[in-house]
Design a protein around this ligand. Structure first.
Ligand code: PHE
Length: 355
């Protein structure tokens, strides 16, 4: 048997086995590689006697084609199997139900802060911010609250060091100090933010929110304060008329000082603001004490004005009918889903986005 025939038979036999891709590639290079069996046969053509050359060359070409075709088709076949296996794994089942789509909600406190800010900004107040971690001076001393003043105990302060120099601010009033120290009068600002006192029950949480207001200019009096608060409460609760009462009170940083109650009643289990004979305290206020102005280098003989501090969480509870303050900060997803605001469904008196 000629060498060519032998090669053909040997390799047809080998290729009839079940082979993987690397084994077939090995056979391919054994045959057609640089020193492969078929390649070597081609090199021998020159030494074949002339009368046999034609047949030798044609036989060799036939065997070469046959083996090459067989090998290529086997390689194709194996590659297809591999691709199909991959596709099988990556198959997408378009009949599966879609995943739950969860849209976040805006927390009622954030919503309320936005509403408050937009109402005050319409009457010329700008928004200031201050840090939650304050120094003792801005929180108490600069606000005319000397070391031994009982108001310091009243506030149940969270101190952050033994010397009691750093603390979690007990109210937003230190933002009055920060604002007046960095600028010159007039001032007309609000400062919403977190405040802290060691206190916890159904209507008190150790962390709560206030919005400070400060208006200092020439000739500002208590009438301006009343007018401003009256306007705010009506806008916030979306009512035409409100009942508001100023009760004399005491804060070291205002003189005179007052606490403000608004009138309400409960009708059919719902709270109605501006009617009825129940009163709810919502803020403290007064005319800024001359000592406070002196502390921030504002001349009290030329400038005066009012300040107020409103409890934001209380306002939110009233407006949105939420009766336990602690739920605000429990991070209960179901609660938030119920009381939270859809970011795309803007309430009627929310001007933040539309104006
Ligand atoms: N800071 C006071 C409080 O937290 C409220 C207040 C602010 C009173 C501004 C008067 C003026 O109770």
């Amino acid at each position: 048997m000629s060498d060519i025939k032998k090669i053909k038979e040997e390799f047809l036999n080998k290729l009839s086995d079940k082979l993987d891709l690397s084994e077939i590639n090995e056979i391919k290079s054994n045959l057609f590689g640089k020193n492969g069996l078929i390649s070597s046969q081609f090199k021998m053509i020159g030494s074949v006697p002339d009368n046999e050359k034609k047949k030798f060359a044609s036989d060799l070409n036939n065997v070469k084609d046959e083996l090459q075709d067989l090998i290529n088709s086997k390689i194709d076949e194996l590659q297809n199997i591999e691709i199909n296996k991959k596709l099988e794994k990556e198959k997408i089942d378009v009949t599966l139900p879609e995943r739950n789509f969860i849209r976040g909600k805006i927390h009622p406190v954030s919503q309320t802060i936005d509403e408050i800010s937009s109402i005050f900004s319409e009457i010329g107040f700008s928004v200031e911010e201050g840090p939650d971690v304050e120094n003792e001076y801005n929180n108490f001393t600069a606000l005319n609250t000397p070391d031994n003043h009982p108001a310091r105990d009243m506030h149940d302060t969270f101190y952050l060091d033994e010397k009691k120099e750093t603390l979690l601010r007990t109210h937003t009033s230190p933002v009055q100090i920060r604002t007046m120290m960095k600028d010159k009068p007039p001032f007309k600002i609000i400062a919403p933010g977190r405040t802290y006192r060691s206190d916890s029950d159904q209507t008190h949480s150790p962390m709560f929110h206030q919005v400070e207001g400060l208006h200092i200019d020439k000739d500002i009096n208590m009438g301006h304060l009343k007018g401003c608060l009256n306007y705010f409460i009506k806008e916030f609760f979306e009512v035409e008329k409100i009942k508001m009462r100023f009760r004399p009170s005491h804060f070291p940083f205002t003189e005179p000082s007052a606490e403000v109650d608004i009138g309400y009643e409960i009708k059919d289990g719902k709270i109605k603001i501006g009617e009825g004979d129940q009163w709810l305290e919502i803020l403290g206020c007064g005319m800024v004490h001359p000592n406070v102005l002196k502390n921030v280098k504002v001349d009290p003989t030329k400038f005066q004005g009012y300040a107020f501090g409103i409890g934001i969480d209380r306002l939110a509870m009233l407006k949105y009918g939420i009766n336990d303050l602690r739920a605000f900060f429990d991070c209960d997803y179901r609660w938030l889903n119920h009381f939270g605001f859809d970011p795309l469904d803007v309430p009627t008196n929310y001007r933040g986005l539309s104006r």
